[in-house]
Write a protein that binds this ligand. Structure first.
Ligand SMILES: Cc1cc2nc3c(=O)[nH]c(=O)nc-3n(C[C@H](O)[C@H](O)[C@H](O)COP(=O)(O)OP(=O)(O)OC[C@H]3O[C@@H](n4cnc5c(N)ncnc54)[C@H](O)[C@@H]3O)c2cc1C
Length: 370
């Protein structure tokens, strides 16, 4: 729900509970960066000044990192979108771009000054671009600016949400159209600078002036995993047994975006749905491992899809049927309430959404944003 956080439909405490609210007193939480994993001596090193830790059992759940695919300037100048801080940065970028536009500026100049590009039209790119477009259009009305903002989504492939089925793609296509997001498929971004983006389409190269470029072009392997000498796929994912153990290190479990699980519906790869389901199996198996009992295996199924589309709509796929619109937006909130980690969170957050509402927070001038 990072998109809803960007638009102010939800607050940070709704979607990102603090570790001290989640972990009980038996868990010692260390906030630090792991800088090395030594499977031979069974230890992990922490960032400077912190101790080295020995382990009996290790769980690897490091997740992926943004994949800039070697595109010139992409890492330096585009905005990633994976964490709360990234959403804060993007919102600040949109506000400062709007704040620079005087009300008398002619529409064509406004459009050039307020061009935002989203790279990658997977679920993230489509959810984000529709959200940004709706927020910017609303800000235009409130600030009485002339014309329209321009939000583009650029995709190398020949369609949006390539990993999803046709039913949900149709709803996504309609939402992109309704939110006036320009979709450019078969378009490859080749360079990003602080105020420009260069792309190639059908052999032609074009430059585009931008107020911001957001990179949702994929995920790459965590460098710590790259350094491990264990069995991996061609893409560098850890190969795990159906018990989530590494094949040569039975006391090391791996799950989530860094691992490939043999018995899961393929569309689940790289999703929270899979990581979330695997977590229960991992905890059960670690207990069994410590007690010398037999470890369990499990088949993981897709639970459905729920994607946010702008500030008014969503698309939900459940039981093989897809539906969109305002009702799907309500269903998405209901689904996410049920996925919150504890009953306490479900009740507090559910009550807050129900009684206080989930209206977006407009992009106000900088001094009024809080
Ligand atoms: C914008 C966005 C929207 C998404 N929406 C959906 C969705 O709607 N549905 C869905 O199913 N999936 C979604 N996903 C995918 C989903 O978030 C991931 O598949 C899931 O979070 C993977 O879980 P994980 O535990 O493997 O890794 P993560 O959730 O990425 O967690 C890894 C953690 O490890 C920490 N870490 C990394 N390196 C180190 C280190 N060296 N030392 C210490 N800590 C470290 C990170 O800070 C992070 O907290 C989305 C992803 C993004 C980016």
């Amino acid at each position: 729900m990072l998109y809803e956080y960007l638009s102010g439909e939800v607050e940070a405490w709704h979607i990102a509970p603090r570790y001290d609210e989640l972990l009980d007193e038996n868990v010692r939480f260390i906030q630090s960066e792991v800088t090395g994993i030594d499977l031979g001596s069974q230890s992990v090193s922490l960032a400077a000044g912190k101790e080295k830790l020995d382990y009996d059992v290790l769980v690897l759940a490091l997740g992926g990192i943004t994949n800039y695919a070697g595109v010139e300037g992409a890492e330096e100048f585009s905005l990633p979108f994976r964490k709360l801080a990234h959403a804060d940065n993007l919102r600040a970028r949109m506000v400062s771009a709007l704040d620079r536009i005087p009300p008398e500026m002619p529409p064509q100049d406004v459009r050039r000054e307020l061009t935002f590009a989203v790279v990658g039209a997977g679920a993230s790119g489509c959810e984000l671009s529709t959200k940004m477009a709706d927020l910017l259009v609303d800000a235009f009305k409130r600030r009485a600016l002339h014309g329209e903002p321009r939000v583009l989504v650029l995709e190398m492939g020949d369609r949006v949400v390539p990993g999803m089925g046709d039913q949900i793609r149709k709803i996504v296509d309609e939402a992109l159209l309704e939110s006036h997001v320009e979709v450019h498929t078969e378009t490859r971004v080749v360079k990003v600078t602080h105020d420009e983006l260069t792309f190639e389409h059908e052999g032609r190269r074009e430059n585009l002036k931008t107020a911001g470029v957001v990179w949702t072009g994929g995920v790459r392997m965590n460098p710590l995993i790259e350094q491990l000498e264990v069995e991996k796929t061609q893409r560098g994912l850890l190969v795990v047994k159906p018990t989530l153990q590494l094949s040569q290190h039975f006391n090391v479990f791996a799950l989530g975006d860094i691992a490939v699980y043999p018995d899961a519906t393929p569309t689940l790869a790289g999703t929270a749905q899979l990581a979330f389901q695997q977590a229960s199996l991992a905890s059960r198996n670690i207990k069994a491992f410590n007690e010398g009992k037999e470890l369990a295996t499990k088949h993981f199924e897709e639970l459905g899809e729920a994607i946010s589309l702008g500030t008014e709509r969503a698309a939900v796929l459940t039981g093989g049927k897809a539906f969109g619109g305002a009702l799907a937006r309500q269903a998405r909130f209901a689904l996410y309430t049920s996925r919150l980690p504890t009953w306490h969170h479900r009740l507090r957050v559910g009550a807050s959404w129900f009684f206080e509402g989930t209206t977006p927070r407009p992009l106000l001038p900088l001094g009024m944003e809080s």
